[in-house]
Ligand binder design. Sequence first.
Ligand code: OOG
Length: 267
Amino acid sequence: MSFDTPKALSDIAIQRLAERVETAQRYATPIHKLTEDYPDLTVAEGYRVQTALRRSLEGRGQRVIGWKAGLTSKPKMAQMGVSTPAIGFLTDAMERPANSAISVSDLIHPRVEAEIAFVTKTELSGKVTAADVMAATDYVQPALEVIDSRFSGFKFDLESVIADNSSSARYVPGGRMIRPDALDLRTVGVVMEHNGQIAQIGAGAEVLGHPAEAIAMLVGVLDDIGETLPAGSFVMAGAITAAIPVKAGDTITARFYEMGSITVTFT
Ligand code: OOG
């Protein structure tokens, strides 16, 4: 092996990076992005860190209930300066009920996104199409996601954000559960209000042309990292619009055409 061949990080190094991210998350204390210390970090190593983080949280009793796609819309890619989608896992500890108050005291710099979520009825594995995703979907429903990068200034690159579980922090399923073919998910409009003022507007087609495309992409990444999507998974397709920064005292309402609305207040 020549000296300039990039060497994959050892399992110990991956484990240490996962601990760094987990500590930042637990104490709501920002860290610098991982590529500052590891400029050669690859996307594959980012996912190895994410997997180590997932195993650690499972070891602490959290249960993985599904996954999220991120950076799947142009408004999000433009907002974050990243041009490739990513995925992250969701655990039961991250879920909050619709129309509830969410504390920001245990978050660093939360932002809110409106998404379409899919709940599956059969397993999806390997490389799949959007049509496969639709056939495997029990129902779709609106969701809000609260993202919270563990990196200072919410600044990252693809490798770092993947290691940080794609900024996953909280998610809020809500609105109406409907059959996936009951309406055209491309033309589902969403209006996001921030303290009663319209702040973001979008439609499902922003998400890779059709939200089911994002789920197909996600299943492909799961395959790359040696996982499948079990039946009964809750999977979010990614933010339709740019994310809205929130602080204590703020209220966000997302109104989805024909799918109902979700409100959360931050305390
Ligand atoms: C990365 C995660 C983005 C989405 O839905 O696009 C995301 C970030 O912007 O922090 O969850």
